[in-house]
Design a binder for this molecule. Structure first.
Ligand SMILES: *Cc1c(COP(=O)(O)O)cnc(C)c1O
Length: 364
Protein backbone atom coordinates (compact mmCIF):
# COMPACT_ATOMS: atom_id res chain seq x y z
CA UNK A 1 0.00 0.00 0.00
CA UNK A 2 1.23 3.47 -0.82
CA UNK A 3 1.27 6.07 1.93
CA UNK A 4 1.74 9.81 1.95
CA UNK A 5 5.31 10.50 0.75
CA UNK A 6 5.86 12.84 3.73
CA UNK A 7 5.91 9.79 6.01
CA UNK A 8 9.22 8.67 4.48
CA UNK A 9 10.87 11.63 6.20
CA UNK A 10 9.40 10.85 9.61
CA UNK A 11 10.92 8.55 12.18
CA UNK A 12 8.63 7.22 14.87
CA UNK A 13 9.28 9.16 18.06
CA UNK A 14 10.87 7.10 20.76
CA UNK A 15 9.52 8.22 24.10
CA UNK A 16 11.40 7.43 27.29
CA UNK A 17 11.25 3.67 27.90
CA UNK A 18 8.24 2.94 30.09
CA UNK A 19 8.60 0.93 33.29
CA UNK A 20 6.33 -1.78 31.84
CA UNK A 21 8.87 -2.59 29.08
CA UNK A 22 11.80 -2.75 31.48
CA UNK A 23 9.86 -5.22 33.60
CA UNK A 24 9.19 -7.35 30.53
CA UNK A 25 12.61 -7.07 28.84
CA UNK A 26 14.91 -7.41 31.84
CA UNK A 27 12.76 -9.29 34.33
CA UNK A 28 13.23 -6.58 36.96
CA UNK A 29 10.52 -6.05 39.59
CA UNK A 30 8.51 -2.86 39.00
CA UNK A 31 9.33 -1.55 42.48
CA UNK A 32 13.07 -1.81 41.72
CA UNK A 33 12.84 0.30 38.58
CA UNK A 34 13.69 3.98 38.68
CA UNK A 35 12.51 6.13 35.79
CA UNK A 36 14.44 9.35 35.43
CA UNK A 37 13.95 9.66 31.68
CA UNK A 38 10.99 11.93 30.93
CA UNK A 39 11.24 14.80 33.43
CA UNK A 40 8.09 13.91 35.31
CA UNK A 41 7.67 15.20 38.86
CA UNK A 42 9.10 12.39 41.09
CA UNK A 43 6.85 13.49 43.95
CA UNK A 44 3.72 13.01 41.84
CA UNK A 45 0.91 15.50 42.04
CA UNK A 46 -0.95 17.25 44.82
CA UNK A 47 -2.90 14.80 47.05
CA UNK A 48 -5.89 17.08 46.49
CA UNK A 49 -5.89 15.99 42.84
CA UNK A 50 -6.11 12.32 43.68
CA UNK A 51 -8.94 13.00 46.04
CA UNK A 52 -10.89 15.08 43.52
CA UNK A 53 -10.36 12.66 40.63
CA UNK A 54 -11.40 9.63 42.65
CA UNK A 55 -14.70 11.39 43.35
CA UNK A 56 -15.60 11.68 39.67
CA UNK A 57 -14.43 8.31 38.34
CA UNK A 58 -17.92 6.94 38.83
CA UNK A 59 -19.19 9.44 36.29
CA UNK A 60 -17.66 8.63 32.96
CA UNK A 61 -20.56 7.99 30.61
CA UNK A 62 -20.94 11.59 29.51
CA UNK A 63 -18.60 13.43 27.20
CA UNK A 64 -16.37 15.97 28.90
CA UNK A 65 -17.29 19.66 29.25
CA UNK A 66 -15.96 20.84 25.91
CA UNK A 67 -15.97 24.47 27.05
CA UNK A 68 -13.47 23.36 29.75
CA UNK A 69 -15.03 25.98 31.97
CA UNK A 70 -13.30 25.13 35.23
CA UNK A 71 -9.80 24.73 33.81
CA UNK A 72 -10.18 27.77 31.57
CA UNK A 73 -11.10 29.87 34.60
CA UNK A 74 -8.17 28.48 36.58
CA UNK A 75 -5.63 29.18 33.85
CA UNK A 76 -7.09 32.59 33.15
CA UNK A 77 -6.65 33.50 36.80
CA UNK A 78 -3.16 32.00 37.12
CA UNK A 79 -1.80 33.87 34.11
CA UNK A 80 -3.91 37.02 34.27
CA UNK A 81 -5.14 36.62 30.72
CA UNK A 82 -8.62 36.39 29.20
CA UNK A 83 -10.09 33.01 28.30
CA UNK A 84 -10.03 34.15 24.67
CA UNK A 85 -6.23 34.09 25.00
CA UNK A 86 -6.19 30.39 25.91
CA UNK A 87 -6.32 27.06 24.15
CA UNK A 88 -6.00 23.72 25.93
CA UNK A 89 -4.44 20.68 24.28
CA UNK A 90 -3.88 17.03 25.01
CA UNK A 91 -0.45 17.94 26.25
CA UNK A 92 1.24 21.04 24.86
CA UNK A 93 2.36 18.61 22.13
CA UNK A 94 -1.10 18.90 20.67
CA UNK A 95 -0.93 22.69 20.71
CA UNK A 96 2.35 22.45 18.77
CA UNK A 97 0.50 20.29 16.26
CA UNK A 98 -2.30 22.90 15.92
CA UNK A 99 0.29 25.65 15.45
CA UNK A 100 2.05 23.74 12.71
CA UNK A 101 -1.14 23.04 10.78
CA UNK A 102 -2.39 26.60 11.24
CA UNK A 103 0.72 28.35 10.01
CA UNK A 104 2.89 26.02 7.93
CA UNK A 105 2.75 23.87 4.81
CA UNK A 106 5.19 22.38 2.33
CA UNK A 107 6.39 25.82 1.26
CA UNK A 108 7.20 26.90 4.82
CA UNK A 109 10.36 27.08 6.81
CA UNK A 110 10.58 26.44 10.54
CA UNK A 111 13.51 27.84 12.53
CA UNK A 112 14.61 25.86 15.61
CA UNK A 113 17.66 25.47 17.83
CA UNK A 114 20.28 22.87 16.86
CA UNK A 115 19.50 20.78 19.94
CA UNK A 116 15.92 21.11 21.16
CA UNK A 117 12.59 19.40 21.81
CA UNK A 118 12.12 16.72 19.14
CA UNK A 119 8.42 17.33 18.50
CA UNK A 120 8.97 20.63 16.64
CA UNK A 121 10.77 18.85 13.81
CA UNK A 122 8.35 15.92 13.85
CA UNK A 123 5.27 18.11 13.44
CA UNK A 124 7.08 20.24 10.85
CA UNK A 125 7.57 17.07 8.81
CA UNK A 126 3.87 16.27 9.10
CA UNK A 127 3.16 19.33 6.99
CA UNK A 128 6.24 18.92 4.80
CA UNK A 129 7.89 22.14 6.02
CA UNK A 130 11.62 22.70 5.78
CA UNK A 131 13.48 22.71 9.10
CA UNK A 132 16.27 25.23 9.61
CA UNK A 133 18.51 24.68 12.64
CA UNK A 134 21.04 26.95 14.28
CA UNK A 135 24.59 25.69 14.74
CA UNK A 136 25.05 26.65 18.39
CA UNK A 137 23.90 24.37 21.18
CA UNK A 138 22.51 27.11 23.40
CA UNK A 139 19.88 29.46 21.97
CA UNK A 140 22.10 32.13 20.38
CA UNK A 141 19.59 34.85 19.53
CA UNK A 142 22.04 36.65 17.23
CA UNK A 143 22.35 33.50 15.20
CA UNK A 144 18.57 33.12 15.28
CA UNK A 145 18.24 36.65 13.94
CA UNK A 146 20.77 36.09 11.14
CA UNK A 147 18.93 32.93 10.07
CA UNK A 148 15.58 34.68 10.38
CA UNK A 149 16.77 37.42 8.00
CA UNK A 150 18.26 34.93 5.57
CA UNK A 151 15.55 32.26 5.52
CA UNK A 152 12.35 34.15 6.36
CA UNK A 153 10.78 31.31 8.40
CA UNK A 154 7.02 31.12 9.09
CA UNK A 155 7.53 29.86 12.63
CA UNK A 156 10.40 30.26 15.11
CA UNK A 157 10.54 27.99 18.16
CA UNK A 158 12.30 29.23 21.30
CA UNK A 159 12.40 26.54 23.96
CA UNK A 160 13.23 28.10 27.31
CA UNK A 161 14.36 26.42 29.43
CA UNK A 162 15.53 24.16 26.64
CA UNK A 163 14.97 20.43 26.58
CA UNK A 164 17.25 18.37 26.54
CA UNK A 165 19.99 20.77 27.70
CA UNK A 166 18.36 22.66 30.60
CA UNK A 167 19.76 26.12 29.78
CA UNK A 168 17.46 29.14 29.53
CA UNK A 169 17.23 32.42 27.63
CA UNK A 170 17.38 35.75 29.48
CA UNK A 171 14.09 37.60 29.35
CA UNK A 172 15.62 40.90 28.27
CA UNK A 173 17.51 39.27 25.42
CA UNK A 174 14.37 37.48 24.28
CA UNK A 175 12.25 40.62 24.31
CA UNK A 176 14.93 42.53 22.34
CA UNK A 177 14.91 39.73 19.80
CA UNK A 178 11.11 39.66 19.53
CA UNK A 179 11.04 43.42 18.85
CA UNK A 180 12.93 42.78 15.61
CA UNK A 181 10.69 40.02 14.29
CA UNK A 182 8.08 40.78 11.67
CA UNK A 183 4.48 40.47 12.88
CA UNK A 184 3.69 37.85 10.26
CA UNK A 185 6.21 35.39 11.71
CA UNK A 186 4.82 33.30 14.53
CA UNK A 187 7.18 32.85 17.47
CA UNK A 188 6.50 29.98 19.85
CA UNK A 189 7.93 30.32 23.35
CA UNK A 190 7.83 26.85 24.89
CA UNK A 191 7.85 27.22 28.66
CA UNK A 192 7.34 23.58 29.63
CA UNK A 193 9.86 24.07 32.48
CA UNK A 194 9.21 27.76 33.21
CA UNK A 195 8.06 27.06 36.79
CA UNK A 196 11.57 25.80 37.54
CA UNK A 197 13.36 28.64 35.76
CA UNK A 198 11.21 31.26 37.49
CA UNK A 199 12.04 29.75 40.86
CA UNK A 200 15.79 29.75 40.22
CA UNK A 201 16.37 33.07 38.45
CA UNK A 202 14.01 36.01 37.91
CA UNK A 203 15.99 37.01 34.81
CA UNK A 204 14.88 33.82 33.08
CA UNK A 205 11.25 34.13 34.07
CA UNK A 206 9.03 34.79 31.06
CA UNK A 207 5.53 35.85 32.04
CA UNK A 208 2.92 34.89 29.51
CA UNK A 209 0.74 37.94 30.16
CA UNK A 210 3.54 40.44 29.53
CA UNK A 211 4.74 38.44 26.55
CA UNK A 212 1.43 38.42 24.71
CA UNK A 213 0.61 42.01 25.62
CA UNK A 214 3.84 43.17 24.02
CA UNK A 215 3.89 40.81 21.06
CA UNK A 216 0.82 39.96 19.01
CA UNK A 217 2.72 37.29 17.02
CA UNK A 218 3.93 35.19 19.97
CA UNK A 219 2.37 32.13 21.56
CA UNK A 220 3.46 30.83 24.97
CA UNK A 221 3.17 27.11 25.75
CA UNK A 222 2.85 25.50 29.16
CA UNK A 223 2.10 22.02 30.45
CA UNK A 224 0.85 20.08 33.45
CA UNK A 225 3.20 17.19 32.64
CA UNK A 226 6.29 18.47 34.42
CA UNK A 227 6.13 20.60 37.60
CA UNK A 228 2.43 19.81 38.20
CA UNK A 229 3.10 16.08 38.19
CA UNK A 230 0.34 15.14 35.74
CA UNK A 231 2.26 13.57 32.85
CA UNK A 232 -0.26 10.75 32.67
CA UNK A 233 -3.18 13.15 32.27
CA UNK A 234 -1.98 14.87 29.08
CA UNK A 235 -2.90 18.49 29.57
CA UNK A 236 -1.07 21.48 28.10
CA UNK A 237 -2.02 24.95 26.91
CA UNK A 238 -1.19 27.81 24.62
CA UNK A 239 -1.51 31.51 25.51
CA UNK A 240 -1.62 34.12 22.77
CA UNK A 241 -3.42 37.02 21.14
CA UNK A 242 -7.06 36.06 20.59
CA UNK A 243 -6.64 36.25 16.80
CA UNK A 244 -4.08 33.42 16.95
CA UNK A 245 -6.18 31.40 19.40
CA UNK A 246 -9.24 31.71 17.17
CA UNK A 247 -7.40 30.12 14.25
CA UNK A 248 -5.97 27.31 16.38
CA UNK A 249 -9.46 26.50 17.66
CA UNK A 250 -10.50 25.55 14.13
CA UNK A 251 -8.06 22.64 14.32
CA UNK A 252 -8.97 21.40 17.80
CA UNK A 253 -10.91 18.14 17.81
CA UNK A 254 -13.93 18.26 20.12
CA UNK A 255 -13.52 16.69 23.56
CA UNK A 256 -9.72 16.61 23.25
CA UNK A 257 -9.31 16.61 27.04
CA UNK A 258 -10.93 13.90 29.14
CA UNK A 259 -13.17 14.60 32.13
CA UNK A 260 -10.55 13.15 34.48
CA UNK A 261 -7.76 15.25 33.00
CA UNK A 262 -9.79 18.44 33.17
CA UNK A 263 -10.55 17.85 36.84
CA UNK A 264 -6.97 16.86 37.67
CA UNK A 265 -5.46 19.94 36.06
CA UNK A 266 -8.05 22.30 37.57
CA UNK A 267 -7.44 21.04 41.07
CA UNK A 268 -3.65 20.97 40.60
CA UNK A 269 -3.81 24.72 39.94
CA UNK A 270 -5.41 25.23 43.32
CA UNK A 271 -2.41 23.77 45.14
CA UNK A 272 0.53 25.93 44.07
CA UNK A 273 2.08 25.30 47.45
CA UNK A 274 2.64 21.65 46.56
CA UNK A 275 4.33 22.58 43.30
CA UNK A 276 6.59 25.13 45.03
CA UNK A 277 7.74 22.53 47.52
CA UNK A 278 8.53 20.03 44.77
CA UNK A 279 10.56 22.61 42.88
CA UNK A 280 12.53 23.55 46.00
CA UNK A 281 13.33 19.88 46.63
CA UNK A 282 14.35 19.46 43.02
CA UNK A 283 16.99 22.19 43.17
CA UNK A 284 18.20 20.93 46.53
CA UNK A 285 18.73 17.46 45.06
CA UNK A 286 20.26 18.93 41.92
CA UNK A 287 23.23 20.11 43.96
CA UNK A 288 24.12 16.47 44.52
CA UNK A 289 24.33 15.97 40.74
CA UNK A 290 26.60 18.99 40.45
CA UNK A 291 28.85 17.63 43.19
CA UNK A 292 28.84 14.22 41.55
CA UNK A 293 29.81 15.64 38.15
CA UNK A 294 32.63 17.68 39.70
CA UNK A 295 33.94 14.69 41.58
CA UNK A 296 33.89 12.51 38.46
CA UNK A 297 35.27 15.28 36.31
CA UNK A 298 32.38 15.17 33.85
CA UNK A 299 30.54 18.19 32.48
CA UNK A 300 27.13 19.34 33.66
CA UNK A 301 25.06 22.10 32.04
CA UNK A 302 23.72 24.72 34.46
CA UNK A 303 20.06 23.68 34.57
CA UNK A 304 16.89 25.74 34.98
CA UNK A 305 14.69 22.65 34.80
CA UNK A 306 14.01 19.46 36.73
CA UNK A 307 16.71 17.52 34.87
CA UNK A 308 20.45 17.64 34.43
CA UNK A 309 22.46 17.00 31.30
CA UNK A 310 25.73 15.21 32.00
CA UNK A 311 28.37 15.74 29.33
CA UNK A 312 30.48 12.60 29.41
CA UNK A 313 34.17 12.38 28.64
CA UNK A 314 35.37 10.97 25.31
CA UNK A 315 36.32 7.68 26.91
CA UNK A 316 32.77 7.27 28.21
CA UNK A 317 30.05 6.33 25.74
CA UNK A 318 26.61 7.67 26.65
CA UNK A 319 24.78 4.92 24.76
CA UNK A 320 26.73 2.19 26.56
CA UNK A 321 26.30 3.85 29.92
CA UNK A 322 22.56 4.36 29.53
CA UNK A 323 22.17 0.75 28.30
CA UNK A 324 24.12 -0.52 31.31
CA UNK A 325 21.94 1.58 33.62
CA UNK A 326 18.82 0.21 31.95
CA UNK A 327 19.92 -3.38 32.61
CA UNK A 328 19.92 -2.45 36.29
CA UNK A 329 16.47 -0.88 36.10
CA UNK A 330 17.61 2.76 35.91
CA UNK A 331 16.00 4.55 32.96
CA UNK A 332 17.71 7.74 31.76
CA UNK A 333 17.81 9.50 28.37
CA UNK A 334 20.78 8.93 26.09
CA UNK A 335 21.42 12.01 23.94
CA UNK A 336 23.43 10.31 21.17
CA UNK A 337 20.51 10.93 18.83
CA UNK A 338 20.92 14.68 19.48
CA UNK A 339 24.58 14.52 18.47
CA UNK A 340 25.80 14.69 22.06
CA UNK A 341 27.82 12.23 24.12
CA UNK A 342 25.62 12.97 27.10
CA UNK A 343 22.82 11.64 29.23
CA UNK A 344 19.82 13.55 30.50
CA UNK A 345 18.68 12.58 33.97
CA UNK A 346 15.51 13.80 35.66
CA UNK A 347 16.31 14.87 39.21
CA UNK A 348 14.46 12.29 41.30
CA UNK A 349 13.65 11.86 44.96
CA UNK A 350 16.56 11.53 47.38
CA UNK A 351 16.29 7.76 47.24
CA UNK A 352 16.09 7.60 43.45
CA UNK A 353 19.14 9.83 43.17
CA UNK A 354 21.02 7.66 45.69
CA UNK A 355 20.43 4.72 43.39
CA UNK A 356 21.61 6.67 40.34
CA UNK A 357 24.90 7.65 42.03
CA UNK A 358 25.39 4.11 43.32
CA UNK A 359 25.02 2.63 39.83
CA UNK A 360 27.12 5.34 38.18
CA UNK A 361 29.90 4.79 40.71
CA UNK A 362 30.00 1.17 39.61
CA UNK A 363 30.11 2.18 35.94
CA UNK A 364 32.56 5.06 35.80
C1 LIG B 1 7.52 17.78 28.03
C2 LIG B 1 7.63 18.90 27.06
C3 LIG B 1 6.53 19.39 26.32
C4 LIG B 1 5.17 18.85 26.25
O1 LIG B 1 4.70 18.05 27.12
P1 LIG B 1 3.18 17.57 27.09
O2 LIG B 1 3.24 16.41 27.98
O3 LIG B 1 2.83 17.26 25.67
O4 LIG B 1 2.40 18.72 27.62
C5 LIG B 1 6.71 20.46 25.49
N1 LIG B 1 7.88 21.04 25.37
C6 LIG B 1 8.96 20.61 26.03
C7 LIG B 1 10.22 21.33 25.85
C8 LIG B 1 8.87 19.52 26.88
O5 LIG B 1 9.96 19.09 27.52
Amino acid sequence: MKFNAKLKEIETYEAGKPIELVVRDFGIKPEEIVKLASNENPYGCSPKVQNAVSKIVANMALYPDDSMMKLMAGLSQKFGVAESNLIIGSGSDQVIEFIMHAKADKNSKILINSVTFAMYAIYAKHVGAEIIRTASREHDLEEFYTLYKKENPDIIFLCTPNNPTGDAINKDAMFDFLEKIDKDTLVVVDGAYMEYAGFKDVNKNIQAQELIEKFENVIYLGTFSKAYGLGGMRVGYGIANDKIIKELYKLRPPFNITTLSLEAASVALEDENFVEKCIASCFEQMQRYEAFANKKNIGIIDSYTNFVTLLLRETQNSKEISDALLQKGMIVRDLTGYGMNAIRVTVGTEKQNDRFFELMNELI
